[in-house]
Design a protein around this ligand. Structure first.
Ligand SMILES: Cc1cc2nc3c(=O)[nH]c(=O)nc-3n(C[C@H](O)[C@H](O)[C@H](O)COP(=O)(O)O)c2cc1C
Length: 198
């Protein structure tokens, strides 16, 4: 079973990367785990050109950056866990750009003149279990409501299955001083193990 951990932090030695590495270390004996640091790649913003909607059998983005090869890695994975620092109660800019580029994975079969929830959409990652890890300096309450709602909407429109949203509060920007809750880490491991036997 292939598990892809996507770090949306610009800091490769920060809290988000460390949490993903802790998860990876706990499961890598049982699963094929890879960590992809968006900081290592060039992912531009979506141009909104809709050229990807002219092809149905591949992502078909016209931009020549690294996004499409990352999209193929998502397609090739059984489980995807996105990680991000909380920026202004939302995703990091790096993760937001990448999630926008996922549009090439969704093909709007009919109803493109309608609201997203009324369109007929095909998704290259349809049914895939996806999760979200958020590291933040403040608390979970009164701080992470927006990103959790955003991720639910992302799962709805990508036709993926959200298996969990895991918040790590009180993460100091000096990540050496951060302590990541063992029970949340354990919950992630348990949820992944549960998915693998389904
Ligand atoms: C631009 C910016 C915006 C931030 N916004 C928030 C926020 O809204 N809420 C919060 O609790 N922490 C916020 N933080 C703190 C980071 O989310 C937190 O330190 C996180 O663990 C950093 O992750 P990293 O080490 O992977 O970069 C912000 C940090 C930055 C740089």
């Amino acid at each position: 079973m292939k598990i892809l951990l996507v770090s949306g932090s610009p800091r490769k030695r920060g809290n988000t990367a460390k949490i993903l590495e802790l998860v990876s270390n706990k499961i890598k004996d049982k699963f094929d785990v890879q960590i992809c640091y968006l900081a290592d790649y060039q992912v531009n913003g979506c141009l909104g050109c809709t050229r990807c909607q002219e092809v149905f059998d591949k992502p078909g983005c016209i931009q020549k950056d690294d996004a499409e090869k990352l999209l193929y890695r998502l397609i090739d994975s059984d489980i995807i866990l996105y990680g991000t620092p909380l920026y202004g109660h939302s995703y990091s800019g790096q993760l937001k750009l990448f999630l926008d580029r996922h549009v090439a994975l969704f093909k709007f079969v009919s109803g493109s003149d309608k609201a997203v929830n009324e369109m007929e959409i095909r998704s290259f990652i349809s049914g895939k279990p996806v999760g979200l890890i958020v590291s933040c300096q403040g608390p979970e309450e009164q701080n992470t409501e927006l990103i959790k709602a955003q991720f639910d909407k992302f799962c709805e429109s990508s036709l993926t299955h959200c298996f969990g949203k895991y918040i790590f509060p009180w993460c100091d920007s000096n990540s050496k001083q951060s302590k990541y809750a063992d029970e949340t880490l354990q919950q992630i491991i348990d949820d992944i193990q549960h998915l693998s036997v389904m």
